[in-house]
Write a new protein. Structure first.
Length: 223
C-alpha cells in the first residue's frame, strides 16, 4: 500500500486543481490524513476508488467531529511610543498579549480501504476528511454515498448527531433520534433536556435533576 504522501502526490498529478492537503498526526500512531476542500471531495473520492493502483473501494467508517470556537492567546510585538531616557518619547517594539477567537467548524472523517488489493486494518486506513465553514448556518458538505455505498447510513448518523447536512445524499434523515428531536447530541455544547420522563430508573445525579425538574414543574403548574 502506498504511503499517504504518495497518495497525495497521485491525487495532485491526476487532479492538479483540487485543493487537498496533508494533515500530520504527531501521536505514536502517526496516522496522517488528507483534508480535501468540499468542492473537490467527490472528484477526489472517485479518483481514490477508480485508480487501479489505489482501488480504495470500501469505506469502513465515517464519523463526525465537532470543533467549537477556540480562544487563542498569543504574544505579539507592536510598535509604540514610550517615554525613554530624559523623558524623550521614542518608538519601541513592545510585547503584548492578545486574544482572538478561532471560529469553530464541523468535520466529516472517512476511513478507506482497498478490498481489491486486500489492505486491511494492519496496513491502516487512508483517512479522508473535509470540514464545514462554521457550526451554525454553513454546515453543508457533499455526500460521498454515490462513491462508497457504505456511507449512506453513516452520513445519516453524522447528520443526526452532529448536524452536518450532506448535499446529494439519497435519503438524508435522522437515524437514531426521532424526527421531531431538536439539536444534535454529539455537539460539544449540547445540553441535556430537563425532562427526565424517558429515564425509567433515575439514580444519582439523574435522580437529583429529575427531582428538581418535578419541583420546578409543579411550581409552574401551581402558578
Amino acid at each position: 500500500m502506498k504511503s499517504v504522501e504518495e497518495i497525495l502526490s497521485a491525487i495532485k498529478t491526476a487532479l492538479p486543481a483540487a485543493q487537498i492537503e496533508l494533515v500530520l498526526n504527531p501521536s505514536p500512531s502517526a496516522q496522517h490524513s488528507l483534508r480535501v476542500a468540499p468542492a473537490d471531495a467527490v472528484a477526489v473520492a472517485s479518483f481514490l476508488r477508480e485508480d487501479p493502483e489505489l482501488a480504495l473501494d470500501y469505506c469502513s467508517n465515517a464519523t463526525g467531529v465537532d470543533w467549537p470556537d477556540k480562544e487563542i492567546t498569543e504574544k505579539v510585538k507592536v510598535s509604540k511610543l514610550v517615554e525613554g531616557q530624559e523623558k524623550q518619547v521614542e518608538e519601541k517594539l513592545v510585547e503584548e498579549t492578545i486574544k482572538r477567537i478561532d471560529p469553530g467548524y464541523l468535520e466529516a472523517v472517512y476511513h478507506l480501504y482497498s478490498m481489491k488489493h486486500g489492505s486491511g486494518p494492519i496496513a491502516g486506513p487512508v483517512v479522508l476528511r473535509m470540514r464545514t465553514i462554521n457550526r451554525t448556518d454553513k454546515v453543508q458538505l457533499p455526500s460521498l454515498t454515490l462513491v462508497w455505498r457504505s456511507c449512506e447510513f453513516q452520513e445519516r448518523e453524522i447528520f443526526d448527531l452532529f448536524g452536518i447536512v450532506f448535499t446529494g445524499h439519497p435519503d438524508l434523515r435522522r437515524i437514531l433520534m426521532w424526527d421531531e428531536f431538536e439539536d444534535h447530541p454529539m455537539r460539544r455544547d449540547y445540553i441535556d433536556p430537563d425532562d427526565y420522563e424517558y429515564e425509567p430508573t433515575p439514580h444519582d445525579e439523574v435522580l437529583k435533576r429529575a427531582d428538581e425538574y418535578k419541583t420546578q414543574n409543579a411550581a409552574g403548574v401551581a402558578q
